[in-house]
Every structure is written in structure tokens, then in C-alpha cells.
Design a protein around this ligand. Structure first.
Ligand code: UTP
Ligand code: MN
Length: 494
């Protein structure tokens, strides 16, 4: 008769019926004893002992084995042997030290497997980052999600980059932007400056900067910049819609430091965009949520379809890359009817105005000339019809409500929206260009130019070797022309 130490545990029918036999009582458990280290005679003794108590012991390591028992205390050599001798994946079996076996013999039943019994496979050391050599210097050959494991470092690098930009040191600015982008692509957290040694785009001074931040939690130089009056002022002024670096500098040189300073200066004539920028500053300097972006998508989609039933609206920019928040919402609108895309855009604007939600509109007509293609001008700014808008978004239109400042009781907020309207046959290039990120775009163009002798912009892709334009109806076509692996939008957060 079998004795169970836990009488509460109910026996399964097969266990009760088999309990009279000393043979194969515990059919679910198939033991294999590893002879290495144990020795042949001890193995044979333990085998007989176990079988006499109703255990199943296999002579060979087969698929039937569920519990491997070893006296080999060195896990790595045991696992290496198992991997070489097991017909299937040995990690699917319990690999146990002899204590599980002796406990089971004492209890006269297979005891539950506990952590203390396990001989675990030695995994490669976790602190070693995955192959650093595999990181490309081009953002378009890296997959960068919105998950940034090195935010402290990239924030610091971006402050330095911005400061270089404010001082018109473009080379240095770009170098720090590139380095920040490499760090953003890492799937692991940098814990020592040695780990960045083999990364592309990070030189010796950057390695020292990483070391300083890892050691002290901050960089002296970055802290100095952040508290610098000029940096703070330029950062504040350029955060206003319509105020570029040139204007911000002009105001700074005149001794202006704050928004009230600018407002009170009689010689300053703000343009329409800047006036709206200041007027709606509180709203449009606050981030836009994904729910707000979706609500705007619905509003604009309705406008598109009220005007052109076969119009196509596509979300692009940061929200297409899966970002939770953005500074604006970017859309592409187009229509299959050739030459009608600009008219579509002006009609959408009229529709929004009629609805009373158009707070600001800067419409830029198309300067893109189909008849002049192939054009050899490849520029950063595209020539499609576009508009930079400020729209009024109401709380009831947004699932979960608006992103509002504390104490703000209004039931609406102002949001920045960009619409661009390319002809349908340029759609793939526009989508790729407007999806961003900026760094991803820069590196796509740089890669095309330097590695493929091709010119890429928001309008077209030109092969300088073949002296011809390459057609594309999807982003995948463009990646394929460039000989690049396709990178999903959510992997372009470089
Ligand atoms: P954004 O400035 O909107 O950036 O430009 P973003 O990535 O969406 O991020 P946030 O959340 O709004 O701050 C989106 C993309 O559109 C391109 C930019 O280069 C960027 O990659 N773009 C923008 C153009 O190609 N042409 C333009 O005239 C404007
Ligand atoms: Mn955007």
C-alpha cells in the first residue's frame, strides 16, 4: 500500500489502480540517471533501487525522459553533454541534482521539483550587451522604437546638440544628434562607458561625457548650458509657433528676455503666425495626446469626404511612428484625380472654417511642377501644397477628454495640425518623408547619396548611376530600391 504524506491530495484513478504493483507506479515521471561523475555501478544500484519503489527509470536519454538526474555539479559541462546527447531540447526536461532523487526515494514518490533541485543552464552573462559591432552608423539601418533605454544620456546629448545649433556650429550639432540617435537605438541600458567604445558616431569626448553622466548622474557642461541665460531665452522664443532661430536671436540681441518684453517692444511687428503662436501659446506648447490626434483625424476625415468621396487621408509624423504624444498632428491628403489635390486642400480649409474650428491657417500653394520632372533639385523642403493650421478641438470629441492645463475649465483647446497634399503618384515619397523622424530622414538621404549614388527627397528617388528616376507606389518599394531592409514606421524613432 502506498503511503502519501499529504492525505488531502486526491489520487487519480490510474494511480489507485496501479498502487498494488511495484512496477511503474509513477508513469508520468521518466527518470534518466546521468552516468558521468556518478559511475556505472552506482548508477545501476540507484536504478534498481528506484525501480523497486515503482519508479520508471530509462536506460537511454530519449524523448520519453522527463527528469534527468545528475551528480555532476558543474552545470556548464552537464548542459553541454545534454545538448549533445538529447534527441530533443533538453530545456524541456527537468534537469535535477541528486537531492531530488534521494528525497523522492525517502518519500517513496516523486517529490515536487523545487528550485533547490534544479541544475540550471548557464546563460551568457546578462551585463554583456548584444553584439555592438552590429550597430550601423545609419539610422535607416537601425530599428529604433519609442522605448529609450538611455534617456538620461540622450537628453544630455540633445541639450548639447541644441546649444551647438544656437551657436551655429552645425557640424558639432549634427555629431551630437547622430550620437544621441545611436544611443536611442540600443535595446540595452549603457552601464559603463566601455560599452559605447565600439559604437558608431561616438568619439572619445562623447565617451568621456557618458562616463561623467554614469558616474555623477549629470554632466557639468550640460548643467551650465541649461542655466545659461542665452540658451534659456532662445529656447523659450523658438518654442513659439512662427519664431525661428534668426528671429529669436534678433530679439535676444535687442535685450529682450521674456514674452512680455517682446509684447512691450513697440518696434517689433509680429507676423500673423507669431501672433497666433503667442495667442495660443499655452495650448500649443502642451503636448497632443494620441486620443486627441485620433479625434482630429475623424474631424478632418469628415471634411475630406464631404468634399471628395474618394479623397484619401493618412496619418503621418510622430503619431504614425507610434508615439503617445506629439507637438502637432501631421496628415497627408490626396485624391486619385490628377491635379485635384491642391483644390482638395483649399476646400478642406473652407470646410473647417465653416465649422468654426479654424483658429489659424497658413496655406502654401504647390510649387511642384510635374511637367518639370525629372528635376535635379533635391531639397529639404518639399514643394507640395500644404497648410500649417491651428484648430479648435472640443472635449466631447476626444475619448477620455482633452489634455488640459491644471485649473483650465474651458471645454476646448487649440492644436497644431499640418496637412500636406501631394499628387497620388508622389504619395509613397511624401509618406516616407513626413513619417520621420528627422534623424531617420537625414540618414536615409545620406545613405542613398553615399552608399547608393542615389538622391532621395519627399518627391522622388533618382539613381545617378542609371541616370533615371525610380518609381515607387509604397514605402517598401523605396527601401527595396535603396537595398535596405524594410523598417516599420514604429521602428523609425531615431
Ligand atoms: P514634425 O516636425 O511634425 O515631427 O515633422 P514629428 O516627428 O511628427 O514629431 P512631433 O511629435 O510632431 O514633435 C514630421 C516629419 O515631417 C517632415 C519632417 O522632416 C519630419 O520628419 N516634414 C515636415 C517635411 O518633410 N516637410 C515639411 O515641410 C515639414
Ligand atoms: Mn508632428
Amino acid at each position: 500500500m502506498l503511503r502519501w504524506p499529504h492525505p488531502k491530495k486526491r489520487l487519480r484513478p490510474e494511480e489507485t489502480t496501479l498502487s498494488r504493483s511495484k512496477k511503474a507506479v509513477f508513469e508520468d515521471v521518466h527518470i534518466f540517471l546521468v552516468e558521468r561523475k556518478m559511475g556505472r555501478s552506482r548508477r545501476s544500484f540507484l536504478t534498481q533501487l528506484a525501480r523497486s519503489k515503482g519508479f520508471v527509470v530509462e536506460d537511454v536519454l530519449s524523448d520519453a525522459v522527463t527528469h534527468v538526474v545528475s551528480e555532476d555539479s558543474e552545470a556548464s559541462s552537464l548542459w553541454a553533454w545534454l545538448k549533445g546527447h538529447s534527441p530533443s531540447d533538453p530545456s524541456k526536461m527537468h534537469v535535477l541534482d541528486i537531492s531530488w532523487f534521494t528525497d523522492s526515494m525517502k518519500e517513496r514518490r516523486p517529490v515536487a521539483v523545487e528550485t533547490k533541485h534544479l541544475i540550471q543552464d548557464v546563460l551568457p552573462e546578462v551585463s554583456t550587451p548584444p553584439s555592438v559591432v552590429a550597430v550601423s552608423q545609419y539610422a535607416c539601418q537601425r530599428r529604433t522604437t519609442t522605448e529609450n533605454h538611455n534617456k538620461t544620456l540622450t537628453d544630455a546629448f540633445e541639450v548639447l546638440a541644441e546649444n551647438y545649433e544656437f551657436n551655429e556650429m552645425e557640424g558639432q550639432c549634427l555629431a551630437f544628434r547622430r550620437a544621441a540617435s545611436v544611443l536611442k537605438s540600443l535595446s540595452w541600458q549603457v552601464r559603463s562607458s566601455h560599452q559605447v567604445h565600439d559604437l558608431p558616431c561616438l568619439g572619445e569626448t562623447m565617451e568621456e561625457l557618458v562616463e561623467e553622466i554614469l558616474q555623477y548622474g549629470r554632466s557639468f557642461e550640460v548643467a551650465k548650458i541649461l542655466s545659461d541665460e542665452r540658451f534659456q531665452t532662445l529656447k523659450g522664443f523658438t518654442s513659439v509657433f512662427g519664431v525661428g532661430l534668426k528671429t529669436a536671436e534678433k530679439w535676444y540681441r535687442r535685450g529682450l528676455r521674456t514674452f512680455p518684453d517682446v509684447m512691450a517692444e513697440p518696434s517689433i511687428r509680429l507676423n500673423r503666425m507669431q501672433q497666433s503662436g503667442f495667442l495660443h501659446y499655452g495650448d500649443i506648447s502642451r503636448h497632443v495626446s494620441k486620443a486627441e490626434a485620433l479625434a482630429l483625424g475623424n474631424i478632418i476625415d469628415e471634411a475630406v469626404h464631404a468634399i471628395a468621396p474618394n479623397g484619401i487621408l493618412t496619418l503621418t509624423g510622430g503619431f504614425r511612428r507610434g508615439k503617445e504624444f506629439g507637438h502637432d498632428v501631421d496628415f497627408i491628403v490626396t485624391t486619385p484625380e490628377r491635379g485635384q489635390e491642391e483644390g482638395l486642400l483649399t476646400n478642406i480649409i473652407k470646410h473647417l472654417k465653416h465649422q468654426g474650428i479654424l483658429l489659424f491657417c497658413d496655406f502654401q500653394p504647390s510649387s511642384f511642377d510635374l511637367s518639370k520632372l525629372p528635376s535635379h533639385r533635391f531639397e529639404a523642403m518639399d514643394h507640395f501644397a500644404k497648410c500649417f493650421l491651428i484648430l479648435k478641438l472640443e472635449g466631447h470629441q476626444v475619448e477620455g477628454g482633452l489634455c488640459r492645463a491644471e485649473g483650465d475649465s474651458r471645454d476646448w483647446r487649440a492644436v497644431r495640425v499640418d496637412l500636406v497634399s501631394p499628387p497620388l503618384d508622389r504619395f509613397a515619397f511624401t509618406l516616407l518623408g513626413w513619417t520621420g523622424s528627422r534623424q531617420f530622414e537625414r540618414d536615409l538621404r545620406r545613405f542613398a547619396r553615399l552608399e547608393r549614388r542615389m538622391l532621395l527627397d519627399n518627391h522622388a528617388l533618382f539613381d545617378k548611376t542609371k541616370n533615371e528616376f525610380l518609381a515607387a507606389t509604397s514605402e517598401k518599394d523605396i527601401f527595396a530600391h535603396l537595398g535596405l531592409e524594410y523598417i516599420e514606421p514604429w521602428q523609425r524613432n531615431a
